[in-house]
Design a protein around this ligand. Sequence first.
Ligand code: ARG
Length: 233
Amino acid sequence: TSLDDIKAKGKLVLGLDDAFPPMGFKDENQNIVGFDIDLAREVCKRMGVELVVQPISWDAKELELSTKNIDCIWNGMTYNEERAKSMTLSIPYMKNTQVTVVLTSSDVNTLADLAGKVVAIQNGSTASDAIDANADFKNSLKELVKVDDNVQALLDLKVSGSDAVVMDEVVARYYTEKEAGTYKILDETLADEDYIVGFRKGDKSLCAEVEKYLKEMAADGTLAKISETWFGK
Ligand code: ARG
């Protein structure tokens, strides 16, 4: 089974976009850290295997999984039906919202204010689903541009490459706090989501084992502790 394979190999290879703080990112010493990393490390410890962290391009995640370059995608990945068809997905372990970020200096305060403007999102992200689900908003835009990661998307705002970025709230909060005064998050949100872990289609025993420890960690307070480290709550 998939679980036997991982145990025989003695390691679980976790794929992530390493520009996705605070879920998974490179710190100043180039170590990959984050909420998802701490969670996965503890699950691996309980499973008795080593955690190996492998940076990938977010847009290529399904391919990285199917070619066995990685064993799971654990990086603030949102549940959607398409992913449920192409992967085996875990139970949700955290909630997220899609929000819109603009510069503090911008006169945009509502989604309606973005009519005729340029909005950026990360390639292969569910920001796209959230925008599709709000057709009036989508149709009001001048252009929807796709970039490789959110760091790039936020940089583009500063050089007027775009007017707003739609992204995960947890990540948006991280940057608004880190660069205080630079960005604001609109009060109006676009979609509520669940974060899940993705495994190769059919890797059910591995998924079930990880879920077992996720539940155990929710019950014994480990999840709350890791959450406090990264989100302060
Ligand atoms: N939660 C969104 C999604 O699943 C955005 C995730 C982008 N994640 C990342 N690690 N780059 O698509």
